[in-house]
Design a protein. Sequence first.
Length: 322
Amino acid sequence: MGAPETEADPAVLEPAVVDWLAIDWGTSNLRAWAMTGAGEVLACRASEKGMGRLAPGEYPGVLSELIRGWTPRDPGRPLPVLICGMAGARQGWCEAPYLPVPTAPLGTGAVTPPDAPAGLAVRILPGLCQRAPRDEVMRGEETQIAGALARDPGFDGTICLPGTHCKWASVAGGAVTGFQSFLTGELFELLATRSVLRHGLAGAGEDPAAFDAAFGAAVGESLAEPGALPAGLFGIRAAGLLDGLAPDAGAGRLSGLLIGSELAACRPRWQDRPLVVIGAGRLSDLYAAALARAGAAEPKRLHATEATLAGLRAARALMELE
């Protein structure tokens, strides 16, 4: 369903005659799709040269190399290139503004980097921000939300976007009315690899059934008593020392405690609300399972790549009207 996750080999890049290019430039990875005027994908490429690996001046060369061999159908006009994600961050290629909510997920504010490669009409999409009840920002997820709304324009509910920093966005009337972010994925990585818990989690990944059983139980515990999270986390270490808690069960317990605590904290956003979960792979499955355990309505599922492409198509259509 998604684009290749490995870096393209410049020696074997397939050619294509394209109408425009869709780009998702994340922190770790970069994906590019060659598009027809009707929004069909002709080809896709991926690279590991995300924002986290680049200095601002390196973006033009990386983009030019990745799209080499993709030529415009109309050689007399610059090839439109539409970019979402971290290329628009302050540390990225060219900072794009944050649009304050409530707002449609796609709007004015796209920027053109001054050093865009010759022959390319590059536009970088803005992110979204919130100032009350607390400061929040998102960059990239707004395009996926736009993709979900392009598929279901009348959706009124909550969109969950699992990831390193999970987002919960409230949507009504075609606009994002508010959102909340959680460092859950990053906390899991830090705790599993850099805290005292790492001693008991080494080697996890061999027993999915043990992970799932521990995950479900831990989600229930966090939902029932979210304030006990710090003690519950240390309990993983103690159970490894005293009871021989297996690495997969420990990892499942860690994941369940964190995601369960997240669900407890944002209960008003999902309880008795229509839900969409946008993501890919194991993490989205875990969020869906946790929501079921919490008694939430069964969410619709949308693959992250499909949502991103649908959002970039919608952004392209809006720009054609400008």
